[in-house]
Unconditional design. Sequence first.
Length: 60
Amino acid sequence: MKQYDCIVPGCDWKTHTEEEAEIVRRASEHMRQAHEEASIRPNMVEQIKAHIRDEDAQSA
């Protein structure tokens, strides 16, 4: 299971799922809705991917 915490300071939104692509989709939608990002730039996608963690590694 993979987990992602929003990269915007002060935002406590999180998501988790098996698929990295689904996390990127959910995080992009969150950025559009909660943080009023009109478009998700490639560098934002790379930042999202860089902050995806493996939940199993956290609990170990």
